[in-house]
Write a protein that binds this ligand. Structure first.
Ligand SMILES: Nc1ncnc2c1ncn2[C@@H]1O[C@H](COP(=O)(O)OP(=O)(O)OP(=O)(O)O)[C@@H](O)[C@H]1O
Length: 611
């Protein structure tokens, strides 16, 4: 399946192959599965012995009692013996059931762990194009709730079926062989129960699909709300958000009610049919006993077999629920697991090799996020080692898109991007991304220490390198002022950083690996002009041998560049050095004039003017 084939989960067809696939994962643990299967079969066997023992005991005791008072002691002994046997069988059944529970749950947890790892690895592998389209809330629901539903199939849906099949088949055989006509009477509810169970299963599949989708919507709404909590508070949109969440929660509750109703209705009707048959057996059986055509023991045995049937019957509902849930959850999970990332190493890809610095080249590149709608048209430029290219242009002109194509977050539609003369599509992604350092527009920090954040791309980086990177990014003094210095926690629950501090931390992370190509995507917008100037000087020294691309709105950030390209609607409309562009008197010159005249405050106006 390709990444673009991802369908609306509600239209996914449910097929037994999903259950087969889950079962196959369970069979990767043959010993535990075998132990669980043997335990449940043996437990069922002991469970089935109990009615037989009960019937025989009752008959033996009543025979002895009928024979006279002299046999009362023998009758008591017989009853005690039977009682002890029943107790033993019950004990064995309990122990074996515990062994089944332990082993089956262990296998299902092992399957769950394997699926969880595979799912997380797949999310790391899938390209940006996929993450652009699928909401992270939906992906979290699939990785947590759907995975749980699929996992539970191993113990609740698959292994229990063994017990169910044995108990039901054996009870039916026992009932029919004990007394054929009475057996038929006792089993008269079975066709009805089978029909109800089948329709319940089909309904459940639909209900679970709806339910999982609604749970996804809920997670999505909650996640979005938490991410944008500052905007929500700033606009006092609490009521609106609550109403939105309420609607989703009500829809989810409705789907839950649908599930409960389906389950309770079917189970009540099956139980009612069962008790009707039991009543009939009791009525007709007691007449047989009165007429002397059946012993009390036989009737007891008969009724006990019927009660043995109740457990598996109730379990049928659980099993149907588990099958239906695993079908819908498994479908949603495998849908992601089966996706092929669009951006991957091609067969025979070799590691990117750079010797003596890397040059970056865009050769007539055309690219669009949506097929047929290019956002970059015929872009060409070359940045040699030690050189800097500045990219400027109005919002939406395609600056970040250029940055995205260098580490191959997306593939070009036409033309080629190459580093050190090697097409980025021909080299391994790992080597490419190790050599290209990108400081992104959004300064995302992990919930970890300063050191971990700065050395993210090279966790084994020595302390000196981490400090050097932080010094280059002009954040070292701030970090040493924190109570725990480089061990201070950043991210959601850590130290709160200002926008400029976050950006400098993110720059420190970008310069630590010593890449051959550096891309700064508007990464200093939140830093004041004076700090930025000092930062630029430090960065110039740090990126001396590298091909550097600087995307910036503030022209002061890229005036020193060896070449500046001005983008408009995805096309290069001007190019040259700063003095050349100012002299040309075009879009760049107007922007420069505006920014120089109005100082820092004119940034926004300047953007508008260019636009
Ligand atoms: N992931 C995406 N999927 C679809 N279209 C996108 C995506 N990212 C950007 N675009 C579109 O591509 C065009 C170029 O966007 P890009 O982010 O490269 O502009 P930019 O010049 O960096 O803008 P800004 O200065 O606001 O950051 C825009 O029209 C934008 O709407």
């Amino acid at each position: 399946m390709s990444q673009t084939d991802l369908t609306d989960p509600l239209t996914v067809k449910i097929a037994p192959h999903i259950l087969r696939r889950l079962a196959k994962l369970g069979f990767e643990h043959p010993w535990r599965m075998g132990l669980a299967a043997v335990s449940i079969l043996a437990a069922s066997f002991f469970g089935l012995m109990i009615p037989k023992l009960l019937g025989a005991g009752v008959d033996q005791a009543s025979e002895l009692l009928k024979a006279g008072a002299s046999h009362a002691g023998e009758a008591r002994m017989a009853l005690l013996r039977t009682g002890a046997l029943i107790l033993g069988a019950g004990l064995m059944r309990g122990l074996l059931t515990a062994s089944f529970g332990y082993n089956s749950e262990t296998v299902s947890q092992q399957v769950g762990a394997k699926l969880r790892r595979a799912y997380f690895a797949k999310l790391q592998e899938l390209s940006f194009e996929f993450h652009d389209r699928i909401h992270s809330g939906d992906l979290i629901t699939r990785g947590m709730l759907d995975l749980e539903g699929a996992r539970q199939f191993i113990d609740q849906g698959m292994l229990r079926v063994l017990m169910l099949t044995l108990m039901i088949t054996a009870s039916i055989v026992m009932l029919l062989t004990t007394d054929f006509y009475m057996g038929l009477l006792a089993l008269s509810f079975v066709p009805y129960a089978a029909w109800r169970a089948t329709t319940m299963g089909a309904n459940f599949r639909r209900v679970w699909l709806v339910l999982q989708q609604r749970m996804s919507n809920l997670t999505r709404t909650m996640e979005e709300n938490l991410q944008g909590i500052r905007v929500v508070r700033a606009f006092a949109s609490h009521d609106y958000e609550l109403q939105k969440f309420d609607e989703m929660a009500t829809e989810t509750l409705r789907a839950q009610r649908m599930r409960i109703k389906t389950f309770v209705t079917a189970m009540t009707m099956i139980t009612l049919a069962y008790y009707t048959s039991l009543g009939l057996v009791l009525l007709i059986g007691s007449r047989h006993v009165q007429a002397g055509t059946m012993t009390v023991g036989r009737l007891t045995e008969f009724l006990a077999y019927m009660t043995v049937l109740v457990g598996p019957l109730r379990m049928t509902g659980m099993v149907m629920n588990s099958w239906a849930r695993a079908s819908s959850c498994g479908a949603r999970l495998f849908e992601i697991l089966d996706l092929e990332p669009r951006i991957k190493d091609k067969a025979g890809a070799h590691p990117l090799v750079i010797s003596g610095g890397a040059s970056l080249k865009f050769d007539h590149v055309t690219f669009g996020y949506v097929p047929g709608k290019p956002v970059l048209h015929d872009i060409s430029f070359e940045v040699k080692p030690g050189q800097t290219l500045g990219v400027v242009g109005p919002p939406g002109s395609g600056k970040t898109t250029i940055a995205n194509l260098i580490p191959r977050f997306y593939d070009v539609d036409r033309g080629a991007v190459s580093i050190a003369g090697q097409d980025v599509r021909d080299v391994t992604l790992e080597s490419l991304r190790r050599i290209v350092g990108v400081v992104q527009q959004e300064a995302f920090l992990f919930d970890a220490s300063v050191t971990s954040n700065v050395s993210y791309s090279d966790p084994l980086a020595e302390e000196e390198r981490v400090i050097e990177a932080a010094t280059t990014a002009h954040i070292h003094d701030y970090v040493t002022g924190l109570p725990m210095g480089y061990d201070s926690k950043l991210g959601e629950r850590g130290v709160s950083l200002s926008g400029g501090q976050r950006q400098r931390m993110s720059i420190a992370r970008g310069v630590v690996p010593g890449p051959g190509v550096m891309v700064f995507d508007d990464s200093t917008a939140a830093i004041d002009a004076a700090t930025e100037q000092r930062l630029r000087r430090a960065l110039q020294a740090a990126t001396r041998d590298k091909a550097t691309v600087i995307i910036a709105q503030r022209l002061g950030s890229l005036m020193h560049a060896d070449e500046i390209i001005v983008l408009d609607k995805g096309c290069i409309v001007e190019r040259g050095t700063h003095p050349q562009l100012v002299k040309t008197g075009g879009m760049y010159a107007r922007l420069f004039e505006l920014q120089s005249r109005s100082g820092a405050e004119t940034d926004e106006n300047a953007r508008g003017d260019v636009a």
